[in-house]
Write a protein that binds this ligand. Structure first.
Ligand SMILES: [Zn+2]
Length: 347
């Protein structure tokens, strides 16, 4: 293994000596080099390549992180257009009323995190097509967004800045609210995003973040995170520590599935298929691929099966009450938290 120290960020990166081209990193949240491997993962969703990554748990702050992982300059390979926007069509084809109607419940659930605030200035990082900006603008908020990918259509012509948030020059102590919906688990170095957002918030301003939760059955046993696109898997305590270091105090945490799906069902069906002879990798491939929704839930080795359909129904019925309880005890798959800026952080 060779060592390459990046002086700008004081991070030690170890390049693996095998043929994979992957690198090993220390904890992206606290910098500790002490960790325990949880399990191996692959890109089961989009199959952008066949490399094997590992999810590790930091022994210091408790968060999960991918190591070995692809080098930062290779991450764009894992984001083909079909990953997050092209399925709704390119600009000229997009039916905006249909998109916001389809996402109506999700948009209302996001807005509920701000319902106690009067309209003010909102900055949404990872704004996609601007649907949340549009929704909050209707409620009187002055909105701005940031989106890394300038190929993502902007049908409602929302004020979205395209490019790297960390290289943009925003006014400090200016925003009432900054939101990150399903963004921080994707970024290579999450802490600088929180540092910068904290500087841009007014004192008393609110940060709202949705990430996935390592302390969930789905993350730990179903390997439900979207690897290698999810590079950091948070916990409530690691999120609290990250916020505290950056002048933010977490006020509320919820692990319900109102904004993004992350249901508990699937485990029983997985166990049943495994007991009947399917191996782990074949099952994760079936479960996570987006093309054929029936492949895992109602088919056996690619063919419709009444037995599998029945086990699916039992699985769903049995998992619902457990899901309800786990979500309410902080053990649901998605974790949303809000934090207040309690002091001004100087650069
Ligand atoms: Zn850590």
């Amino acid at each position: 293994m060779s060592l390459n120290k990046n002086n700008a960020e004081e991070k030690v990166v170890r390049v693996r000596s095998d043929e994979s081209g992957l690198i090993e990193v220390d904890c992206p949240l606290c910098g500790s080099n002490r960790s325990k491997k949880l399990f191996d993962v692959k890109d089961w969703t989009l199959h952008c390549d066949d490399r094997v990554f590992s999810l590790r748990r930091c022994s210091e702050c408790g968060c999960g992180y991918l190591s070995p992982r692809p080098p930062e300059n290779e991450m764009s390979l894992y984001y083909p257009p079909r990953f997050y926007w092209s399925y709704e069509g390119v600009s000229r084809e997009i039916d905006w009323p249909a998109i916001v109607q389809n996402r109506s419940r999700q948009l209302k659930s996001k807005a509920a995190w701000l319902k106690d605030l009067p309209p003010g200035r909102l900055l949404d990082i990872g704004a996609m097509k601007g649907e949340f900006l549009w929704f909050m603008q209707q409620k009187g908020w002055v909105v701005e967004g940031v989106e890394l990918d300038n190929n993502v259509p902007n049908p409602a012509k929302m004020p979205i800045h395209y490019g790297d948030f960390l290289k943009m020059d925003f006014s400090q102590n200016y925003y009432d609210v900054i939101t990150f919906w399903a963004v921080l688990e994707h970024v290579y170095h999450p802490v600088p995003f929180i540092e910068y957002a904290s500087r841009l918030l007014k004192p008393g301003g609110r940060l709202v973040v949705l990430v996935t939760n390592l302390n969930s059955v789905q993350a730990r046993f179903y390997r439900a995170d979207d690897y290698p696109r999810h590079l950091t898997v948070f916990t409530a305590s690691s999120a609290k520590a990250m916020c505290k270091k950056n002048g933010l105090r977490i006020e509320r945490i919820s692990t319900d599935q109102n904004i993004f799906g992350g249901a508990l069902n699937g485990g029983l069906l997985y166990a049943f298929k495994h007991a009947c002879g399917s191996d782990t990798e074949a099952l994760f491939n079936e479960w996570k691929q987006p093309e054929d929704k029936h492949l895992f839930w109602v088919k056996w080795k690619g063919r419709p099966s009444e037995l599998i359909r029945t086990v699916s129904r039992i699985d769903k019925a049995l998992s619902l009450p457990f899901e309800y309880v786990l979500d309410r005890f902080g053990l649901g798959f998605n974790m949303t938290f809000s934090a207040v800026k309690v002091m001004t952080v100087t650069s």
